[in-house]
Design a protein around this ligand. Sequence first.
Ligand code: SF4
Ligand code: SF4
Length: 419
Amino acid sequence: MGNIENDLKAVALGVGADLVGITTRRRLADGPPSAEPAYLLPGARAVIAFAVALDGDRLQDFIAKQRWRPHCEDRKSVAQTLYTIGDALVDHLRARGHAALNVDLNNNYRPEAGAADVTEMTAFHPEFAHRYAALAAGVGRLGWSGNLLTRDFGARVELGSVLTTADLIADDPIADADHPCDRCRMCTRVCPVEMIDPRAERTVTIAGVTETIARKRANTCCWIGCTGYEGLSTAGTWSNWSPYRLGHPLPEEKAALDNLCIRLQKADPQMQAERNSFNDYRQAVFDPNYFYYTVCGYCRAVCAPRRKERIANRRRIIESGCAALTLDGAHRVADETAVAIRTPFGLQVVVPREALATAGASGTQLPGQFPLDRAVIQYIRRQYGSDDGGMAAEAGGVGTSRLEDARPSSDSKDDGHRP
Ligand code: SF4
Ligand code: SF4
C-alpha cells in the first residue's frame, strides 16, 4: 500500500469514517452495470469506499417504537458526515492533480425508458452502487438481505464513495471464511411487505466474489414499504413507523405493484414540491429545516453483528405494535382506540381517536414535517375539526371520508413470516 492510499484512508478516518477501503475499476468490471464508476466520472480508475455507523442506542429505540425522531436525526447527521468525508477526499485528490467525484448518497437513479421522473420509475438502478464498491474494497460483504454487512457493525451503516482518475492499489474483499452473514434470516421476518424471500436465492459477482443472496420482489414493493405507503405487516399485529395503510393486500404481480407505486407517488405531496430530496439529496440533508423522515429500513436495522442480537431485535420489532399519526406530526404507538381514516392520497391513516376530538384546535406542529403528514393533518383538521369534536365526521357526514376500526385482527398471532 503506497503513501497516497494510506493518506486517503487517514483523511477519511480523520473526518468521521468508521471503515474505509479502496478498489479499482478493473476489479469492479465483473459487477452489475451500477458498479461502473466511469458512468459518472469518465476516466475513473479507482473508488474509495467508506462507511459510517448508525447510533446503536437510537436504532434500538427506533425498532422498539420507543422513540422515532432520534434515529431520523441520526441518519441526517450521518449523511452530512458522509458528504463531508467525500468532500475531504475529493479535495485531497484534486490537490494532487487527479479528477475526483463525491457520489451522491441516495435518490440518484439512472434514467428509465418511458419514465419522465422518479414518480414513474420502477427499477431504481443507482447511478453508482455504493454497496458494490464497499464489497470490492473490503468494507463488507452482501448479506442475505442484499444489504452490505460489516464485521464490526453488521448492516447498521450508511455508505459513501469517491470516484477518481488516480491509479490506486486495491484492498482485497473480505474472505468467505470471515463473511459476516450467517443466514439467520431475521431480515426476511421484519419486512412488513415481505420483500425478501426466505428461501429463493440468486447470485451476484463483484471483484471476483460471488455472493448468494435472497431473491426479492419488485423494487416498487420496497419503495411502497420503505416510503411508508404501507406500514402494516401482513400479520396485521405490528407495523414499521408508518401510520399509513393501503387497506388491501399488496398485489403479487410486478406490473400491478409498479402501477400501484406510480399511482401513490403521483398522489404524494412530497413529489409535488419544487425542491425535495429526490431532485437534490445533498441540499436536503444540509437544510436545517429538513426532517430526515425514516419509517422503515428494518431489514438493515435488525441486522446487528451478533446472531443473538438479531434474534432479540426481531422480537423487539414484532412486539412493538402499530404506528399512528398525531396531529402535531408525531408518530407514536397506536392504542386500542385508534382509528383509520381514508385520505385523498389513496391511503388510510391511523390516528389516535382522542386526536379527532381536538382536530378543530390549531395545535402545535413539530418542525420539518414530512409533506404527506402535513397534508394529511390539514385534511383531518378540515374534515374533523367541527365543534362537536368530529362526531359529525364519524357519523359519515364528511364526503368520501369514513372511520374504520384500526385495531389489528386479534386472531393473528403470527409475526408475518411465511415459511
Ligand atoms: S439478518 Fe441474518 S440473514 Fe439477514 S443479512 Fe443479516 S445476518 Fe444475514
Ligand atoms: S427497507 Fe423496509 S420495506 Fe424495504 S426491504 Fe427493508 S424492511 Fe422491507
